[in-house]
Ligand binder design. Structure first.
Ligand code: DGL
Length: 266
């Protein structure tokens, strides 16, 4: 049985979800966390719906077996495709990253023109457009898949000439659309904020859903599941491929907290 002192479970296709975990730890420092990065099977953003569904269920099951009290789907692609089904089938709360980002974007936009960028699977699913329209029917949504952003960030390239060229190529059309808000609908994109801001200019608000997701986790736990103990929580990491790269790249996302990671077989 899970209880208040059980951990918060977080999964992502790989490393990127650490941006979400980082905000959860900032918001809820007393909580223990268990993170699963499915590094052997990433990226999810180019995979089919059936495959992303299956992986998302397997990842959630792993966390449930570890006794977590809530599952946070840190991956936008998994959220876009699998969140509804996971919420139906799991007996513990499941929180995704799309609704929180959408909420923030709706608050932020003045001219009701909102851009969304994400992986191919996320954009193709239409999940962001549906959520934005459900929140405010008058919002015009401009969306675009940016498949090269993930490998750039994984390579540690966040601020060089190649990044600038790629940002220009993907985001050029957003300039004409007159959006005042751009949702960074992928775990990796917050690391490209500087380059994106430089290209889009300061008048376009960039929405990173991590902070808002952490608030949603907090409010889900407020229903009697917040940790009772004092002191800082413990953080463990599991991966499905060799941990070395995860630890190295993970430190870029989360600093020294990523001391070690345990490999699990799939
Ligand atoms: N975690 C994925 C997302 O947020 C990006 C990386 C991938 O394609 O697996 O959509």
């Amino acid at each position: 049985m899970t209880n208040k002192d059980s951990a918060i479970g977080v999964f992502d296709s790989g490393i990127g979800g650490l941006t979400v975990l980082h905000q959860i730890i900032e918001t809820l420092p007393k909580e223990n966390t268990i993170y699963l990065g499915d590094t052997a099977r990433a990226p999810y953003g180019t995979k089919s719906v059936e495959t992303v569904l299956r992986y998302s269920f397997e990842n959630s099951q792993f966390l449930v077996d570890k006794g977590v009290k809530i599952v946070v789907v840190a991956c936008n692609t998994s959220t876009a495709i699998a969140l509804g089904r996971l919420q139906e089938q799991l007996t513990i709360p499941v929180v995704g990253v799309i609704e929180p980002g959408v909420r923030r974007a709706v608050k932020s936009t003045k001219n009701k023109r909102v851009g969304v960028i994400g992986t191919e699977a996320t954009i193709q699913s239409g999940a962001y457009t549906r959520a934005l329209k459900a929140a405010d029917q008058t919002i015009e949504v401009y969306s675009r898949a940016c498949p090269l952003f993930v490998p750039l960030v994984e390579e540690g390239w966040t601020d060089n000439a190649v990044v600038e060229m790629t940002v220009n190529a993907y985001l050029g059309s957003f300039k004409q659309s007159g959006i005042d808000t751009l949702i960074l609908g992928c775990t990796h994109y917050p690391l490209l904020k500087k380059a994106i801001r430089k290209f889009m200019g300061n008048t376009v608000r960039l929405v990173d859903s991590a902070e808002e997701t952490a608030k949603e986790v907090e409010s889900a736990l407020r229903k009697g599941l917040l940790a009772r103990k004092n002191g800082r929580g413990a953080h463990s990491f599991f991966v499905t491929d060799a941990p070395d790269r995860f630890i190295k790249v993970g430190r870029r996302f989360l600093g020294e907290k990523v001391e070690s990671a345990v490999r699990i077989e799939r």
